[in-house]
Design a protein around this ligand. Structure first.
Ligand code: NAD
Length: 492
């Protein structure tokens, strides 16, 4: 145990061991062995972090927007300066390829801070005249201490997507990263110390969701919670937060459909369809996991898709040629494999994948690897009510199902409790617009995927979440409007 790297909570600008002196371990998923000790924090640690954040709030919220923007840019610079180190840590902890971590996660983390720095520099407020002697304006006031809870799939990317707007709009923060992937949050704290961010503005408490996370949601002095994670957890948070009348943003699970019409430009877009299914080991809430293929092209698509998927390199995340590393944890691998086993038992066909790559080097054989897996039915059509069409697998597993016509595929795509995103692959403008209007999803992409404009709302409908995050949406989440109406002058 003693050779494991150890991290501590970051409270009031200081590394702070947990009050209970208990630690958890998290695994290096490539090797399947523990590599990190992290605090198993409880309510007392959360209370200490909230106190620190409260103490820092008056000074931080009183800074001019320009000054806060400068701090955010310094954080972005600090991340970029150590981008290689961040990328290696994210890959070590999460399993994703180092190259992907650097190009996607770490780049986006820095962008999150730069983006909100730019936003607050540009902000204007509007005055509304009521009559000749009366006018109103709206003050957007920071709320106080924000509680930020993030998942393991895009650890730094999603933590900073919450932290950057929370800070930009004048709040302080207590964040609880996933117990499976705490390492880059700890590196971020190092950056905050290096640049001298005022103590208590950002506090990190590590530990289990049911303990540290729950304590953060229950804390009476944390009036807003931004949460990204699973739908079952989101529901628990809502039950805890509702009687406390907290503001709550819930970014939850997905079971996203990809609609591939017979006129899709597959020469141009096949690589993007494959990527949208398996990037980050399929552990992105936005990955397409149900592929609906128009009957006329079903066989040819299937053959081509499976061929491309078989060419994806699975293995050592440190190798720049690797497309997929291991899944995040033993438990998660087990869960994902249980869906594959269910599919086989139910008479479905595993067209490729379903097991670990056979050629892993000896030092990676204990890792949580799974080849990208494609499942279909011998009848070409899947029962939409079946388990694998309804439940979020959140791994490198997709299903293929044939459809005959537009109305049918829209009905099938919408026939889940989720509604995070959908992709449509077609050259027909009217099909694209009609599908975008009729799909139940927070985001619809046409002939593309993961094309994100941070100014725009992001979130899900139905069981995929409540609320949105984005330029205006995060402003609304992390501030309270106060309407001020002034009557002036004297008629006499
Ligand atoms: P999870 O719900 O298990 O955990 C998410 C976070 O919540 C972790 O930090 C965890 O410790 C904490 N937590 C757990 N129980 C808690 C409780 N009772 N109170 C407070 N906090 C608690 O999710 P996960 O397995 O880490 O992440 C995978 C899920 O996240 C998938 O369902 C995926 O679709 C979803 N996700 C959604 C989005 C989105 O933007 N909609 C993005 C990424 C991931």
């Amino acid at each position: 145990m003693s050779s494991l790297q150890q991290i501590e909570n970051f409270i009031a600008g200081r590394w702070t061991p947990p009050r209970g002196a208990e630690y958890l371990t998290s695994d290096n998923p490539s090797r399947g062995e523990a590599h990190l000790r992290l605090p198993r924090s409880g309510a007392a640690d959360v209370a200490q972090a909230v106190q620190a954040a409260q103490a820092a709030f008056p000074a931080w919220s009183s800074l001019r927007a320009e000054e806060r923007a400068d701090w955010l840019v310094r954080i972005a610079d600090g991340i970029e300066k150590r981008a290689d180190e961040f990328a290696e840590a994210e890959s070590l902890d999460q399993g994703k390829p180092v190259k992907l971590a650097k190009d996607m996660d770490i780049a986006r983390a820095a962008t999150n801070f730069r983006f909100f720095a730019g936003v607050i520099r540009q902000e204007l407020s509007v005055a509304a005249p009521l009559d000749a002697r009366t006018f109103s304006y709206v003050r957007r006031e920071p709320i106080g201490v924000t509680g930020l809870i993030s998942p393991w799939n895009l650890p730094l990317y999603l933590l900073t997507w919450k932290l950057a707007p929370a800070l930009a709009y004048g709040n302080t923060a207590v964040a609880k990263p996933s117990e499976l992937t705490s390492l880059t949050a700890s590196l971020l704290a190092e950056v905050l110390r290096e640049i001298g961010l005022p103590a208590g503005v950002v506090n990190l408490v590590f530990g289990l969701g049911a303990e540290a996370g729950q304590a953060l949601v229950e804390h009476p002095d944390v009036p807003v919670i931004s949460f990204t994670g699973g739908t079952v957890t989101g529901r628990k948070l809502a039950i805890t937060a509702a009687p406390l009348l907290k503001k709550l943003s819930l970014e939850l699970g997905g079971k996203n459909p990809s609609l591939i019409f017979d006129d899709a430009n597959l020469d141009r877009d096949m690589a993007a369809i494959v990527r949208s299914s398996f990037l980050n080991q399929g552990e992105i809430c936005l990955c397409g996991s149900r592929l609906y293929v128009q009957a006329q092209i079903y066989e040819s698509f299937l053959e081509r898709f499976v061929h491309e998927v078989q060419n994806l390199k699975v293995g050592d995340p440190r190798d720049p040629a690797t497309f997929m590393g291991p899944l995040v944890s033993r438990e998660h691998l087990h869960k994902v494999k249980s869906y594959i086993a269910w599919a086989k038992e139910s008479g479905l066909k595993v067209l490729t994948g379903g097991d670990a790559p056979p050629d892993l080097p000896a030092n990676l054989r204990g890792g949580f690897f799974l080849r990208p897996t494609v499942i279909a039915s011998p009848s070409r059509r899947l029962d939409q009510a079946c388990k694998i069409q309804q439940e979020e697998v959140f791994g490198p597993v997709v299903t293929l199902s044939a459809f005959e016509n537009f109305d049918e595929v829209i009905a099938e795509a919408n026939a889940t409790r989720y509604g995070l995103s959908a992709t449509v692959w077609t050259e027909s403008l009217s099909r694209a617009h009609e599908a975008a209007a009729r799909l139940h999803a927070g985001t619809v992409w046409v002939n593309g995927w993961m094309l994100r404009d941070l100014r725009l709302p992001f979130g899900g409908v139905k069981d995929s979440g409540l609320g949105r995050e984005g330029q205006l949406d995060s402003l609304h989440l992390f501030t309270e409007p106060k309407t001020v109406t002034i009557r002036y002058g004297d008629a006499t």
